[in-house]
Ligand binder design. Structure first.
Ligand code: SF4
Length: 727
C-alpha cells in the first residue's frame, strides 16, 4: 500500500493470535522491525486477515519487552492485591534486579531442586507443577511437558486448554474416542445448515466468520444459538437467544423432536453408534413445551430448527466457550455430539463437529501432551504401554512415569493455595488474570516459595515471580503450530529478539540440563531453526513425531517443504485428512457412544443480592489477558479501556447511562468500569472482557468446576451492578 515502508526482507509465517491459523507475510524494514503484514494464501485464510493479524504485531517491538533475566529482590514483598491497587509498571520493575542468564537459570533450577528435595512426594502429590503455553510452538509445548514429567516426576502439567475446551474434549473423547474437530472450519461452505452455538466468531475467529458469511451468501442456512445477539445474527436464518446456562434444555428438546418425529438416521445409528436406546429414553421427557420456560425459546422455534437440522443434506455444528465454560460444559457437548450422531450428520464434507479452538496453538499444545491425563497424541498416562513407549524414547528407567493423572489448572492453583504445591514453572501464561476467582489465584501464586515465569512482558503473573526469564515473541522464533482444523503449519523467524531474550525452547533445554537431564538437542538461543531434523528445534519435532502416530507422515523436512499439512497423515505420500470419522470412530468396534446429557443448572444463580448474570469473554481487538494486544498501538487505540456491556433497558433500570461508571460485584470481588449500552445483550445480563488488569473480570468469576472436564464456569456467575459512588 501507499504507506508501506520499503521492505528489505519478507518472511512467511502464521498469525500468533487465534486458532483459525491464518498465514501471513511479515515485511521487515532496515531496522529489523516488522513494518507491515499481509495475508497470504494459507489453507485457512486464502489471503484474508482480521484486524489482529493485520495490525497486532507491534507488541513484539514494545519498549516494555523483557530484555534481561530478572531475580526478585530479597526484600521485595509478594503482594497479591498489588494488581488491584493498580501497581505501576515502574513499581513492578523495582521488585526485581537484573541477572545474567547463568545466575537466573541456576536460581530457577535450585528452587525446584529445593522444593523436590524437601519431600519424597511425587506424582499428583508432587510439590511442583508447570503451566505451559498454547501460544508457543508444538516443540516448546512438547519440551515443557517432558521437562515437568521427567525432571519433576509429576503429570502436574497443564495449560489454558483447561479454561477453553477441556469439557468439549472430555465429551468428544468419551463419545468418539478423539478430541479433534471432525471437519475444517471452511467446510461451512459445503454445509446446507450450520448450527453455531456459544461462539462469536465475528470477534474471536474473524476470518472464520467471513467463510460463514460467504457460505450464507451461497445458500447455507445459519442457526445462531447464543444468549447474546452477536454480529452474525444479522446473517442468520434463525437466531435462538436462549437463556444463559440453559444449553442442555434447548439441545435435549431438539433431540426430543428429532426422535419423536422419526427424523433420526436409523441406518447410521445402527452402523456407527451404540446406546441409542439410552438417548431415546432420556430425551422423552424433554418436550419443547417442557423446556421452553427453561431455555426461553418458543416450542415452535425449537421444532423448526430441529427439523431443519435433521433433514438437511449436510449440517455442521460449530461451538465455542459459551458451550464449554460451564460447570455442565461436558453435558452441553454430549448433547451436541448426540445431535450430530443420531442424524448421521458426521463423516462427510459439510457435516460434523467443530469446537472452535481459541489460541493459535491450543490444538497443537494439547496434541503435544501439555495435559495432565495424557502423553503426546492423547496416550493416556494410565495406559502402561503408552508410558513404556515414552520411557523408552526418553531413556528413562522403566516405571519412572506414574500411572495417575496429574492436577489440572484450577486444581493446581487450589493446591498452591493450600501449600501442597510450593514451586511452579509458568511458560507464557498469565493465571493471575486468566484464572477464575483471580484474587484467590493471585494469593495462591504469591504464596509459592518458588515461582519461575518465562514471558515476553512483566505480566501480572510475572510480577509475583522469584525468577523472570525473558522469552522471544512469535515473530522471533521458528517452529510448528497447529490450528483449529488440525492443520500443522510452520511459523518462521522474521526478526531478532530484543536484548538477551531467548526462545522458550532454549530456556527449557537449559533448565533441563541444570536439573540433571542430559538433553542435547542443541536448540538455538535465538529461536531460529532450519529444515534439518537432526538437530535443534527440528530434532525436537522429530522426537515428538516418534510418539505421535497422527503426524507419522509429516517429517520436519516435509513441513518445511509443504508449509501446511492436516493430520492424520500416515506416510510421506499421504496428503492429510481434513475430514475424519468417514469410516467410523477410534472406539471399540468403531462405534461412537451416545451419552445422555443431564440438565444441570449453573452453580450460582442470581438472587436478591446478586440479581444479574455475568458472562465473560473476549473482544475483536483484544486477545485474552491483553498482554500482547494492549501493547499494540492500533488495537489499543480502538479499545483502550474496559467496559461492562448491558442491555439498554437493564442499564436504564439500574440508573446507568452509556459511559457512566458502574460497580460490578460478585461473591468473590468487585471492579469498577464504564458502561457500554448494547442491544445485543439479553436483559439482566452483563458482559465483561477479561483482557483488562485495571478491572479484571476474573476477580468476579466462579471457580466451580465441571466434574469431568475440570473447566471453570467462566460464562456464568451472579453479580450486582450499580452506579459507582465515590465517597
Ligand atoms: Fe489471526 Fe485469527 Fe485474525 Fe486469522 S482470524 S488474522 S488467525 S486473529
Amino acid at each position: 500500500g501507499a504507506f508501506a515502508q520499503p521492505s528489505l526482507k519478507r518472511v512467511d509465517s502464521v498469525c500468533p493470535f487465534c486458532g483459525v491459523g491464518c498465514q501471513l507475510r511479515y515485511h521487515v524494514d532496515e531496522n529489523d522491525r516488522i513494518a507491515h503484514v499481509e495475508g497470504i494464501a494459507g489453507p485457512a485464510n486464502e489471503g484474508r486477515l482480521c484486524v489482529k493479524g493485520r495490525f497486532g504485531f507491534d507488541y513484539a517491538h514494545s519498549p516494555e519487552r523483557l530484555t534481561r533475566p530478572l531475580i526478585r529482590r530479597a526484600d521485595a514483598p509478594k503482594d497479591p492485591t498489588a494488581i488491584e491497587r493498580r501497581q505501576t509498571a515502574q513499581e513492578v520493575r523495582e521488585l526485581f534486579r537484573e541477572a545474567s542468564w547463568d545466575e537466573a537459570l541456576d536460581a530457577a533450577a535450585a528452587g525446584f531442586r529445593a522444593a523436590l528435595g524437601a519431600t519424597a512426594a511425587r506424582g499428583r502429590a508432587s510439590p511442583v507443577a508447570g503451566f505451559g503455553s498454547a501460544k508457543g510452538t508444538n516443540e516448546e509445548a512438547y519440551l515443557f511437558q517432558k521437562l515437568v514429567r521427567t525432571a519433576f516426576g509429576t503429570h502436574n502439567v497443564d495449560h489454558c486448554t483447561r479454561l477453553c475446551h477441556a469439557s468439549s474434549v472430555a465429551a468428544l473423547m468419551e463419545g468418539l474416542g478423539s478430541g479433534v474437530v471432525s471437519n475444517p472450519l471452511r467446510d461451512v461452505e459445503h454445509a446446507e445448515l450450520v448450527l453455531l452455538i456459544g461462539a462469536n466468531p465475528a470477534q474471536n475467529h474473524p476470518v472464520g466468520a467471513t467463510w460463514i458469511k460467504n457460505a450464507i451468501r451461497r445458500g447455507t442456512r445459519l442457526v445462531l444459538a447464543d444468549p447474546r445477539r452477536t454480529e452474525l445474527a444479522r446473517h442468520a436464518w434463525r437466531y435462538l437467544g436462549f437463556s444463559p446456562g440453559s444449553d442442555v434444555a434447548l439441545l435435549n428438546a431438539m433431540l426430543h423432536v428429532i426422535v419423536a418425529e422419526g427424523l433420526t438416521d436409523p441406518a447410521y445409528i445402527a452402523a456407527h453408534t451404540r446406546d441409542f436406546d439410552a438417548i431415546q429414553a432420556h430425551v422423552a421427557a424433554f418436550t419443547p413445551e417442557a423446556m421452553a420456560p427453561v431455555c426461553g425459546i418458543a416450542p415452535e422455534a425449537i421444532r423448526e430448527v430441529a427439523r431443519a437440522f435433521a433433514s438437511a443434506k449436510s449440517a455442521m455444528i460449530l461451538w465455542g466457550m459459551g458451550v464449554s465454560q460451564h460447570a455442565h460444559g461436558t453435558e452441553n457437548a454430549r448433547a451436541l455430539i448426540a445431535l450430530s450422531l443420531i442424524t448421521g450428520q458426521i463423516g462427510r464434507p459439510g457435516t460434523g463437529l467443530h469446537p472452535l479452538r481459541g489460541q493459535n496453538n491450543v490444538q497443537g499444545a494439547s496434541d503435544a501432551g501439555l495435559i495432565p491425563m495424557v502423553l503426546p497424541d492423547y496416550a493416556r498416562v494410565n495406559d502402561a504401554s503408552a508410558r513404556e513407549r515414552a520411557e523408552a524414547l526418553w531413556r528413562l528407567a522403566p516405571g519412572t512415569l506414574g500411572a495417575e493423572p496429574g492436577l489440572t489448572v484450577v486444581e493446581i492453583i487450589e493446591a498452591a493455595y493450600r501449600g501442597d504445591i510450593s514451586a511452579m514453572l509458568v511458560q507464557g501464561e498469565n493465571p493471575a488474570m486468566s484464572d477464575p476467582d483471580a484474587a484467590h489465584a493471585r494469593a495462591a501464586l504469591a504464596g509459592l516459595k518458588h515461582l519461575v515465569v518465562q514471558d515476553i512482558f512483566l505480566t501480572e503473573t510475572a510480577a509475583l515471580a522469584d525468577v523472570v526469564l525473558p522469552a522471544t515473541a512469535w515473530p522471533e522464533k521458528t517452529g510448528s503450530v497447529t490450528n483449529t482444523d488440525r492443520c500443522v503449519q510452520l511459523g518462521r523467524k522474521a526478526v531478532a529478539s530484543p536484548g538477551e531474550a531467548r526462545a522458550d525452547a532454549w530456556i527449557t533445554e537449559q533448565l533441563a540440563r541444570r536439573l540433571g537431564l542430559g538433553w542435547g538437542y542443541g536448540i538455538a538461543p535465538d529461536g531460529s531453526g532450519t529444515g534439518d531434523g537432526a538437530q535443534g528445534i527440528g530434532a525436537v519435532y522429530e522426537e515428538m513425531r516418534a510418539l505421535m502416530p497422527s503426524i507419522a507422515g509429516l517429517s520436519w523436512p516435509r513441513l518445511w517443504r509443504d508449509g501446511a499439512v492436516t493430520y492424520p497423515v500416515s506416510d510421506e505420500q499421504d496428503p492429510g485428512q481434513p475430514v475424519v470419522f468417514t469410516e467410523g470412530f477410534p472406539m471399540p468396534e468403531g462405534r461412537a457412544r451416545l451419552v445422555p446429557a443431564a440438565l444441570v443448572p449453573p452453580a450460582e444463580r442470581p438472587d436478591g443480592e446478586y440479581p444479574l448474570v455475568l458472562i465473560t469473554g473476549r473482544q475483536l481487538e483484544h486477545w485474552h489477558t491483553g498482554s500482547m494486544t494492549r501493547r499494540s498501538a492500533v488495537l489499543d487505540a480502538i479499545e483502550p479501556s474496559p467496559v461492562v456491556s448491558l442491555n439498554p433497558a437493564t442499564a436504564e433500570r439500574l440508573g446507568l447511562r452509556a459511559g457512566a461508571l458502574a460497580r460490578v460485584r460478585s461473591r468473590r470481588g468487585a471492579i469498577a468500569l464504564p458502561v457500554r449500552v448494547d442491544e445485543a445483550m439479553p436483559p439482566d445480563t452483563a458482559f465483561i472482557p477479561f483482557a483488562y488488569a485495571e478491572a479484571a473480570a476474573n476477580l468476579l468469576t466462579n471457580p466451580v468446576l465441571d466434574p469431568l472436564g475440570k473447566i471453570a464456569e467462566l460464562k456464568y456467575c451472579a453479580v450486582d451492578v450499580r452506579p459507582e459512588t465515590h465517597e
